[in-house]
Design a protein around this ligand. Structure first.
Ligand code: SF4
Length: 299
């Protein structure tokens, strides 16, 4: 069995910066983080063991609070200032740039379309910078309700931006449909999907095309990890999302010649290494069992 591990697997720049930053802050005595710093149970558990408290509301913090990589809504910064709570902002710089862009275009009188998953914390945060004349497109079926809102607004200029981890191909499909249906508007497209995400998605597709089994490692709550599964399913029949080595039991590994592995942006390197070591262990054990079975059957 050959294991093909994606080169872009594991922590992206923004996630690494947030986890390292939170660890440093703990040493300085900051004990509150607004929401989970990243979507990964193991990382959260380790930080909790060191004394970090993950709170859902800025009102629950004392003195200082850490802001996670996904970012937060504009009002929450104001609430922290009102409560005299200091902020250690570990929002990924790429997300902060999108906040600034949305705010500027909204001030300049643009209607803003944000393509992304409405309930995702990053989208909730970014949307708060988009002003009233704005709309979130989750997927292609939301294009027409969005067009209705644009027509009602009477605005001529429209900006289209994306959640940093949105599926690149789906974004292109949505933009195509918007262009076809908004010919009388000035459409500005800023594909704000981050480079790290695009590279990972491309590599995932490439690997999935060439393997019998594709294993995506990451937390089930992680948006970018789930997207890697969706992409893999287009090219490979056997795709599994695993959070830890125990979940490898559900996969019939021995039947595969090639196994592809890709870790999500919030999956630590040690989780990926542990799963690869377990995979190799399972395979070798099965191989030994198979060889001894053959020997036993020899006359
Ligand atoms: S995926 Fe991109 S935008 Fe999101 S945290 Fe990572 S580097 Fe930043």
């Amino acid at each position: 069995m050959k294991i093909i591990l994606g080169k872009t697997s594991g922590f992206c720049y923004g996630v690494k910066r947030a986890v390292d930053g939170a660890t440093e802050e703990l040493k300085k005595g900051t004990h509150y983080c607004l929401g989970e710093i990243i979507h990964n149970k193991n990382v959260i558990k380790k930080l909790e063991q060191k004394g970090m408290k993950f709170v859902e509301n800025v009102d629950d913090a004392i003195d200082k609070i850490i802001i996670r990589a996904h970012g937060i809504p504009k009002e929450v910064y104001k609430r922290a200032t009102d409560l005299n709570i200091k902020v250690k902002d570990l929002t990924c710089p790429s997300v902060l740039k999108i906040h600034e862009m949305a705010e500027k275009y909204s001030r300049d009188g643009y209607f803003i379309i944000l393509v992304g998953a409405q309930a995702h914390p990053e989208v909730i945060g970014t949307f708060s910078f988009c002003g009233n004349e704005s709309f979130v497109i989750n997927d292609i079926k939301d294009v027409f309700p969005c067009i209705e809102k644009i027509e009602l607004s009477n605005l001529k200029n429209v900006l289209v931006i994306a959640q940093t981890t949105y599926n690149s191909e789906k974004f292109d499909e949505i933009v195509k449909s918007l262009k076809e249906n908004l010919k009388d508007k000035n459409l500005e497209i800023k594909k704000t999907i981050c480079t790290a995400t695009e590279m990972r998605q491309k590599e995932t597709a490439q690997i999935a095309k060439n393997v019998d089994i594709m294993i995506i490692i990451g937390d089930k709550k992680s948006s970018n990890t789930n997207k890697l599964c969706d992409i893999s399913k287009k090219y490979c029949k056997n795709v599994f999302l695993v959070q830890n080595k125990d979940e490898l039991k559900k996969i019939r590994l021995f039947e595969a010649n090639n196994v592809g592995i890709m870790g999500g942006a919030s999956t630590p390197e040690e989780d990926i290494k542990e799963i690869i070591a377990t995979l190799e262990g399972i395979y070798n054990k099965k191989k030994e069992e198979y060889v001894s079975m053959l020997k036993a059957n020899m006359c």
